[in-house]
Write a protein that binds this ligand. Structure first.
Ligand SMILES: *Cc1c(COP(=O)(O)O)cnc(C)c1O
Length: 441
């Protein structure tokens, strides 16, 4: 079964390779026609073509050296300044670009750890205090940097339970976290209340706005109610915001911001004893793709505030239309009160995972969630035209699932159902590791 692939002894003709690549991608998720509801944030062909030009122009350059490539340094500083300005930062705000939300989050957690080592030496086992809905990137940071995560529950509205958070602070807590919004249900945590607690206890407070950073400021301007979440809120000390999500930039672009430069300094890494020279790196990766930095700058400048408002309004209207469509199906309901264009829906009557399978058969790809079992949707401007067809397929799929009581034990529904209901999470982790071993040959 195992087939060894080696580098071909002679190069294969480029035309042949390109056509092979085209044929392989024909099996991929069809994001361009709006059939997927995660992973790709698409603002149309014209914008994508422009992004590719900007990206290509800096295809070979390396953001590791701002001295060799002052162009990239200019782009990065502009991107950070524009993002800080959008998110209520003053002249002391500072930041770094990273390859994505995960790296931004990991860098802040590392900065808080270094800060605590320097300023609170009595803390031996530093803790991150976060709601259960916070992104796994915080778990990853804890895993990499030897931190402990302490989980606070969320209420019936899926927002962090403020009183529970207060109770969970210990002498080892170094940072508290809130999401604006959290990915699973698209709701914003009570950031002002949480940040006030952090301030009162002299703790760092990170707002994960990876998803909402480039959406909520426009929604607020458009008149939608938005819980304050940025540096205008006292006590917020850092924010992560992904440009490669609702900033509609090329993949590999996120911003991590600090209220002050003092904290950012703890993020940087310097090693001056290397025979290869003095080494300084702002973030996790060494080499940094110039294309992603350049394309992020190009996206922010070409779309502009007007363009972002238009994109945000379109995504929001489409999301509202879909949510209304879902609420109109009596077997289904939306979880909580979503604050933007990301949400989840569930059912008490039918097996929601079987519904996911029925939608798969109609070409739609919806992510499966657990605790509670639900289907997830991330709506962008690209989904405007598919809202209607989506709802009619959803209606049909509901009927199909209701007509087939066995559907929850078929397809992937059985697997997701089991994974969500097994009390032994280590066993689930084991299955997933086996799966990964199998996928990444
Ligand atoms: C996407 C996301 C992240 C992680 O970002 P990546 O770019 O996937 O690494 C973190 N937090 C939230 C809320 C997100 O939506």
């Amino acid at each position: 079964m195992h087939k060894k692939t080696s580098i071909p002894s002679k190069g294969i003709p480029k035309e042949q390779l390109l056509s092979k690549m085209e044929s392989l991608r024909s099996m991929d998720a069809d994001w361009r026609s709006g059939k997927t509801w995660s992973l790709v944030y698409y603002a149309g062909e014209e914008h994508t073509g422009f992004l590719k030009k900007a990206h290509n122009m800096f295809f070979s350059e390396n953001g590791l050296s701002p001295i060799a490539f002052p162009s990239l340094k200019t782009f990065e500083n502009d991107v950070i300044a524009m993002t800080a300005c959008m998110l209520g930062g003053d002249k002391n705000a500072s930041g770094t670009m990273t390859s994505g939300g995960t790296e931004s989050i990991m860098m802040t957690m590392k900065a808080y750890r270094q800060w605590a080592r320097a300023n609170r030496p009595s803390v031996k086992e530093p803790e991150i205090l976060l709601p259960v809905t916070a992104h796994p990137a915080f778990e990853k940071a804890a895993h990499y940097f030897d931190l402990k995560t302490v989980h606070a529950p969320v209420g019936n509205d899926y927002k962090a339970d403020v009183n529970a958070v207060r109770e969970l602070i210990t002498e080892n807590t170094i940072v508290m976290v809130g999401s604006a919004p959290a990915y699973p249900h698209g709701v914003i945590d009570p950031i002002p209340e949480l940040a006030a607690i952090a301030k009162e206890r002299s703790l760092g407070f990170h707002v994960d706005s990876c998803l909402g950073g480039f959406m909520l400021p426009w929604l607020e301007k458009l008149g939608y109610p938005v819980t304050p979440f940025d540096f205008s809120v006292p006590g917020v000390t850092s924010i992560s915001a992904d440009i490669h999500k609702y900033g509609y930039a090329a993949k590999g672009a996120s911003v991590v911001l600090y209220r002050s430069k003092e904290l950012r300094r703890h993020q940087f890494f310097v090693y001056s004893d290397w025979p290869g020279g003095i080494y300084a790196s702002p973030s996790m990766t060494g080499t940094r793709a110039g294309g992603s930095i350049a394309a992020a700058w190009a996206a922010l400048n070409s779309i502009g505030e007007e363009g972002y408002m238009r994109l945000a309004e379109s995504a929001m209207k489409t999301a509202k239309a879909i949510m209304e469509g879902i609420s109109g199906i009596k077997e289904l309901y939306i979880l909580g009160k979503p604050d933007m264009s990301v949400f989840a829906f569930a059912s008490d009557i039918l097996d929601i995972f079987a519904l996911g399978d029925a939608m798969d058969r109609r070409g739609w790809h919806l992510d499966r969630q657990q605790f509670p079992s639900s289907l997830h949707m991330m709506v962008t401007a690209a989904h405007e035209k598919v809202a209607g067809p989506f709802i009619s397929d959803l209606n049909e799929s509901v009927k199909e699932v209701l007509a087939n009581p066995k559907s929850s034990s078929e397809g992937t529904a059985a697997m997701y159902g089991m994974a969500a209901s097994l009390p032994d999470r280590n066993a689930v982790n084991g299955f997933v590791l086996d799966f990964m071993d199998d996928i990444f040959k």
